[in-house]
Ligand binder design. Structure first.
Ligand code: ATP
Length: 592
């Protein structure tokens, strides 16, 4: 069947990103704002016309009644203009909120995808960038941009007063326009650099304070403060340079306005002497030419905001293009836990050399597979690929026969449990952390905590399961964090559970609880992948995968592989207890 060709493909244009769609969503509001601006700018003539009437009609006729009537009309027109301006601002604020609503979740997801590809605190900038663009909607920069298309109203009015005024109005607009352009050329690149330097100073501070304890303990505060100061100094330097250049151009614009007003008065005086215009028209022209260049002047005055919003928009767009959302997936039947890996090749983010090469193995549902091997063998990398964190460069990881990328991410997430080597909990309560911040199934939360052997510990905390564990679980000990993270991984007994060094910070009781949890999961039919260095965990495993330098050096039933690796020194476990290696203390490491 022939696939329909999108118009964007025919013209070679890129498909719209969520940012394009968010902008499209606020376009009707923006057109309304521009239409409102037309009436606001028409009403902007009120002051000039009033002055003209006062000078030419009231003063000559000395009619107080006309003056009062005119003033009343002007008051009403000003009130209407103010109401329209307030309404326009409200429309813009709402457009900003709508823009934010349309983009925020996509921005969050894009940051998540970018962080998976290349972990860096800089990706979070995209969320701040969305704020910058949203705030721009309600700022003076955008309002001035909406007024610019209506400048011809003032030019026409000036021309009607006298053609010479029309020429002068056009001239002052051209001068202001040239100055605005010069301002952009002179400051845009510098402001961009200032923003980049600022972002990197902020990122530097964020990553530095993440290691605040190391900084303090080893007296590294001064050195890292200096490095942060360098980034910040660069940002301030660029900002200062841009401000210097902009200051000159802002002054030049102001000079243009003030001088033009005087020229208009001078020309007006001449024309009045020649009886070509009235004194009222002279004053009206001076006001109207001032109004003519006001939006341009406001735009130049707020140029920094305009440039930042534009750069923020571009950064978000770049991120969206770099990390397109995956196509929606069909819901498959819930998996039973059969895992197969075929000729897997994996590259770590930003690395040219693969960390896993030609890895193949398969385990049926309910198997406990131990993954062993020396440091840097690729065990954690394999764990990441098995849970879909890193994509395979070649080959496939299949759960119940379907490649991980074919599963709906939410469904897959519910079917997976993952305990990473570096445990990270999130700010919130213990219950929320165990329930993965989803809907709370209290029975399942307690069951997971009991299986992870952490229920009693949680009960002893001041608020039990509702205890707030602070940013990244900072109020828990390393072992407690690991056990809560284990409970999170086994919450609702997913069908595939990957535990990367789950016993790294556990005491004897913790290890015992881990053993019991793995056995219970096995009984429940879950497939458990246990990455470990410790021999005393191997007794829990049915099968072993031995990795070395990113390739498989052994795979099969536990005793077979261990016998091959360790030879006759393996002591078979009794009654399903932990495997022991003769001549090695319990918990010794297993290496190829
Ligand atoms: N995020 C990453 N970015 C770049 N390279 C990485 C990353 N994570 C791991 N690597 C590289 O991949 C290789 C395998 O690392 P991996 O963490 O998978 O080993 P491991 O067998 O789990 O080691 P250990 O037992 O010490 O945890 C190493 O050479 C490492 O430098």
């Amino acid at each position: 069947m022939t696939q329909p060709i999108a118009a964007s493909q025919i013209h070679g244009a890129l498909p719209p990103t969520p940012l394009d769609l968010a902008v499209r969503a606020v376009k009707p509001a923006m057109w309304t704002v521009i239409a409102f601006s037309f009436f606001i700018n028409i009403l902007g003539l009120t002051g000039s016309i009033y002055m003209m009437q006062v000078y030419d009609r009231v003063l000559s006729s000395r009619s107080i009644q006309t003056l009062v009537l005119l003033t009343l009309i002007v008051a009403i027109l000003y009130m209407v203009a103010s109401a329209l301006e307030a309404f326009r601002t409200q429309l813009l604020v709402r457009a900003g909120v709508k823009f934010d609503d349309s983009i925020k979740e996509h921005a969050f997801d894009a940051v998540q995808r970018a962080s998976l590809r290349r972990p860096s605190p800089s990706h979070v900038q995209a969320l701040r960038d969305v704020d910058t663009v949203r705030d721009f909607f309600a700022g003076p920069g955008l309002i001035s941009c909406c007024d610019v298309p209506w400048v011809p109203i003032y030019i026409i009015f000036a021309t009607l007063l006298h053609p010479v005024y029309g020429i002068l109005a056009v001239l002052s607009c051209v001068i202001s326009g040239v100055l605005a352009y010069a301002n952009d050329r002179a400051t845009r690149a510098i402001l961009d650099r200032a923003t980049k330097a600022n972002i990197s100073a902020n990122n530097h501070a964020v990553t530095t304070f993440r290691n605040a304890e190391v900084l303090q303990a080893m007296g590294m505060v001064r050195q890292l403060r200096q490095r942060w100061g360098q980034h910040r100094g660069a940002a301030l330097g660029w900002q200062g340079l841009a401000a210097d250049r902009a200051a000159f151009l802002v002054s030049a614009t102001k000079f243009n306005r003030v001088f033009m007003q005087s020229v208009i008065l001078g020309v007006g005086a001449y024309l009045a002497i020649e009886r070509e215009i009235t004194p009222g028209m002279m004053i009206a022209a001076s006001i109207v030419v001032g109004r003519c260049i006001q939006p341009i002047e406001t735009a130049i005055g707020n140029w920094k905001g305009i440039v930042s919003a534009r750069s923020a928009y571009r950064r978000v767009q770049e991120l969206m293009r770099m990390t397109p959302a995956p196509a929606p997936r069909m819901r498959l039947p819930d998996p039973a836990g059969a895992l197969s890996v075929e000729n897997l090749v994996v590259h770590a983010p930003g690395r040219d050399v693969p960390v896993l090469r030609g890895v193949s193995f398969a385990v049926p549902p309910g198997t406990t597979l131990g993954v062993i091997g020396p440091s840097a063998a690729g065990k954690s990398s394999l764990a990441r690929v098995l849970v879909g964190v890193w994509p395979p460069s070649a080959g496939a990881v299949r759960l119940d026969g379907s490649e991980l990328s074919h599963w709906d991410p939410e469904q897959l997430g519910r079917s997976l449990g993952y305990l990473p080597q570096d445990v990270e909990l999130f700010a919130g309560t213990i219950a929320d952390n165990i329930a993965r911040f989803g809907e709370r199934d209290e029975a399942a939360i307690v069951e997971a905590a009991q299986m992870a052997g952490v229920h009693e510990m949680i009960q002893r905390l001041p608020q039990g399961y509702n205890t707030d564990i602070g940013e990244a679980g900072a109020s828990l000990s390393g072992g407690q964090r690991q056990r809560v993270a284990l409970a999170r991984a086994i919450y609702a007994k997913p069908k595939l559970i990957v535990l990367d060094e789950p016993n790294a910070s556990l005491d004897a009781a913790g290890e015992q609880a881990l053993g019991a949890a793995v056995l219970a999961l096995k009984k429940a039919g879950s497939t458990v992948i246990l990455v470990t260095h410790k021999t005393n965990s191997l007794g829990l495993c049915d099968m072993i995968l031995l990795l070395n330098e990113g390739t498989v050096h052994g795979f099969g039933p536990r005793d077979e592989v261990l016998a091959k690796v360790l030879g006759p020194r393996l002591v078979k476990p009794e009654g399903g207890g932990p495997a022991r290696v003769a001549g090695r203390p319990e918990g010794a490491t297993v290496e190829a």
